[in-house]
Design a protein. Structure first.
Length: 292
């Protein structure tokens, strides 16, 4: 049976302590929690404290991000070092955590206009270098007792389905796993059911969001971008919106998936005014619909 984790993103605008986030996460019924960069910075010099907070609440640390370009030659050494530091951090808490590889934000603000082709995509040689670097770093993850997975993100260098699919096709399936953000995938024009159907064996950490297709159409017609989509509540809780995730998630159930899924609400929407209530709605949806 799948296990459900919660992302701390919804609490980010409120600037609350990570201890408070952990209280809300466990009280709303999640088994795991993901770290963000703020939490890593807060506990990197006091890992025993974080380990104690998690153990006290019977919560599992599921994943942590590593953000870089992964295609610039002069940055690869620093990215290797960043992975080593993150691996040392995670090793003190639990083995088997997932490192989420996310590319940096694109400087041209390629998420500016919804529904349009992003500006300045990577050239094929840079995409190839990106795929090679991710293969190397995910191999290092395995040697550290971790799992390396690649995440798509609107506004980054891995934004569109074509870019993500290139990385999928040009990396080692046994080393490079996938942590797709299904909400961002839908915003970028992808079909979540097709993605899960084709890549189920490589997906280790799907990120779940609701999606408002009507809101997206309005944003696209007004030639607005991702920030306006989020602020207009384009990613509602899982029990709202027009993206029917249940058939897609049943693919995990039918495959006897026993890994993690992560529920998230992007910061910036009205739902983050009460992140605990939003987390509860997501958790209740997964319990009611899929008995997870």
């Amino acid at each position: 049976m799948a296990r459900v984790a919660c992302s701390p993103a919804a609490w980010q605008p409120r600037d609350v302590s990570f201890e408070r986030v952990l209280d809300d996460v466990v009280d709303t019924g999640y088994a795991g929690v993901e770290l963000n960069r703020r939490a890593i910075a807060a506990f990197e010099r006091d890992v025993p404290r974080l380990r104690y907070l998690l153990t006290e609440r019977t919560l599992r640390l599921t994943a942590a991000p590593l953000i870089g370009s992964f295609f610039e030659r002069d940055e690869i050494a620093s990215e290797r070092l960043a992975l080593r530091r993150l691996a040392d951090f995670l090793a003190e808490i639990n083995e088997g955590a997932i490192v989420l590889f996310r590319t940096v934000a694109h400087p041209a603000r390629r998420d500016m206009v919804a529904g349009e082709t992003p500006l300045l995509p990577l050239t094929e040689d840079r995409l190839a270098r990106l795929a090679d670097t991710l293969t190397e770093l995910c191999d290092r993850c395995r040697s550290f007792g971790l799992v390396g997975a690649v995440q798509n993100r609107v506004g980054s260098y891995l934004d569109t389905p074509a870019e993500y699919e290139y990385v999928i096709a040009h990396t080692e399936p046994q080393l490079v796993f996938l942590a797709p953000d299904l909400g961002h995938w839908t915003y970028a024009g992808g079909d979540v059911d097709d993605l899960v159907r084709l890549e189920r064996n490589r997906i280790v950490y799907p990120r779940l969001k609701g999606f408002d297709h009507g809101g997206f159409e309005t944003i696209a017609q007004e030639r607005l971008g991702f920030r306006q989509f989020v602020e207009s509540d384009g990613f509602p809780p899982l029990d709202e919106g027009t993206l029917d995730l249940e058939p897609t998630l049943m693919r995990f159930e039918n495959a006897a998936y026993d890994g993690w899924l992560c529920a998230e609400t992007d910061p910036g929407s009205s739902f983050t005014e009460d992140p605990r209530a939003c987390a509860q709605r997501n958790r209740d949806y997964l319990r009611a619909r899929l008995h997870w």
